[in-house]
Design a protein around this ligand. Structure first.
Ligand code: APR
Length: 236
């Protein structure tokens, strides 16, 4: 007997899945915070900010190539695949993600807004060139103009891309249901997104094994891992 308290995603047309690192935890990619989190092992000031890149681009690339290697060996999990399937059934639905791993796209999601960039794209800050390159390790490391390729990521102290933010805000203002999955809601402006859905009167759902600073504001707070909880909201 389905739990009458649980929202049924079939009842919505414009669903936004707002995802964070917890979405990929069951694919084997460590989250950033909490036990075994990346920022507990590495100081972002050495590897994931502009000043580190300006200081020593080769060192920053060694670290990012290791991340690309690890992420490249991981597969989308059942929750990624279910979101893609729901996206096919509900074409006005999409994913707004903080993740840089590309697993939503590999699972088949076609409409994905990447707030924090992608491990698989690079940009040249000298000539403005951009590319997508999945080679492991990335070769060549330099753009044709001679400058180092920079990972096309939003690092700490970086501003988000204005057009990307505006597009995310636009689709969330228009959504009828926002499902937040696997984020600690601790990094802004990304963590602002659920507020936008709440102000727009959308149904809001949080899926996370743990409480977050925003939990009390969600209509539905579902405690558990993404691959166990998301299927309860679809086809039950
Ligand atoms: N299913 C759902 N949620 C999970 C799971 C799981 N299997 N495993 C862990 N979580 C939850 C954790 O409880 C935690 O609340 O995922 C969250 C991960 O939080 P963070 O590691 O802080 O990741 P995120 O919120 O995506 O970080 C935001 O911070 O470091 C920057 O740019 C980086 O995009 C990142 C941003």
């Amino acid at each position: 007997m389905p739990d009458p308290e649980l929202p049924r995603l079939e009842d919505y047309q414009r669903i936004v899945f707002f995802t964070g690192a917890g979405m990929s935890a069951e694919s084997g990619i460590p989250t950033y915070r909490g036990e075994g989190g990346l920022w507990g092992q590495y100081d972002y000031r050495d590897y994931a900010c502009q000043s580190a890149f300006d200081r020593d681009p080769a060192k920053v690339w060694v670290w990012h190539d290791e991340r690309r290697e690890m992420v490249g060996a991981c597969e989308p999990n059942a929750a990624h695949r279910l979101m893609a399937a729901i996206g096919r059934e509900k074409p006005l639905s999409l994913v707004v993600t903080q993740n840089i791993d590309g697993l939503h796209q590999r699972a088949g999601s076609e409409r994905v807004i990447e707030l924090h960039g992608s491990l698989w794209r690079q940009r040249c800050e000298s000539c403005g060139a951009r590319q997508e390159n999945h080679e492991l390790p990335l070769e060549p490391k330099r753009c044709a103009c001679g400058a180092w390729w920079r990972p096309d990521l939003v690092w700490f102290e970086d501003m988000l891309d204005q057009r990307t933010i505006e597009e995310a805000v636009r689709v969330i203002e228009d959504c009828d249901c926002l499902v937040s999955v696997g984020t600690s809601a601790s990094v802004y402006p990304a963590a602002e997104m659920p507020f936008i859905a709440m102000r727009a009167g959308a149904t809001t759902v949080e899926i996370n094994p743990e409480e977050t600073p925003l939990s009390a504001l969600f209509e539905h707070r579902l405690r558990g891992p993404a691959t166990e909880i998301l299927p309860l909201l679809w086809g039950a």
